[in-house]
Design a protein around this ligand. Sequence first.
Ligand code: ZN
Length: 295
Amino acid sequence: MPELPEVETMCRGIRSIIGCRFESVNELPCRLRPILIQPSLTAIASQLVGTRVDSVSRLGKRVLIRSDNSIYIVIEPRMTGLVLLKDPPNQTHLRLEFCLSRDPDVAGGQPDHMRLLFWDRRGLGTVRCMTSEELDQRVCHRLGPDALAMDDLVYRQRLGKSTRAIKVALMDQAAVAGIGNLYASEILFLAGIDPRTRCHRLSRDQWSRIHQAARRVLLDAIEYEGSTLSDGTYRNAINGEGGYQHFHRVYDREDEPCGRCRQGRIRRTVQAQRSTFFCPACQLRRGRHSSWVED
Ligand SMILES: [Zn+2]
């Protein structure tokens, strides 16, 4: 967390900064271990101040803000980072602010001064500033295609020969960008596939179901602005909760009855040091369970 839907929500939530000019970049007083900021704040400010925000987009689980001199701010929230326009959950974990202004003649009812904030409780998030060449070499080069840009053929090409378990492979950002621990469990439940199945044993039909389930889960989660779990950490750009947690089918539902087959109970197992949730009765290694319905 945050994964593709949460980061997409952050991007959509801050798009009002497009066209605004950077006035200053400031590290905020925080007694905790500092987050990684690269290069130094002074160097970032010297590249950005006076330029305008050209675009806001998502790259896997990162927020990309491009300025009109083609410099990118790359924000990776990692475990608990948030990108906000206002109302941070507290002041204690506020790390960085970008002060922006909008020319009065184009303000059009929007506030003419804005703050873009980076808040991070655990402090594992990163904020880096880079040129487009650096972005290609250091980030894009190491990422697979975006999960929303994949089709079943691309899934098969990138993962089909792997001997890893499908749940673990789906979280590998070099293979598919954007899916993390929570959505990998939800996608495999919807696809009706046992998360422990090794990729090279999956059939064409199963890859097709993974592709369809991934689109359905990720797009639905974006519509509900992501998932705010019981720790309450994830918030949208104006400190509101996401809503997709109310629609989780297996994640964090250990021992609850399965809503699909009504025969099994949701089980938790650990794969690559992360919790996986699944229904052993209707998520199969081969074929489809009789309760499986195309929807
Ligand atoms: Zn089931």
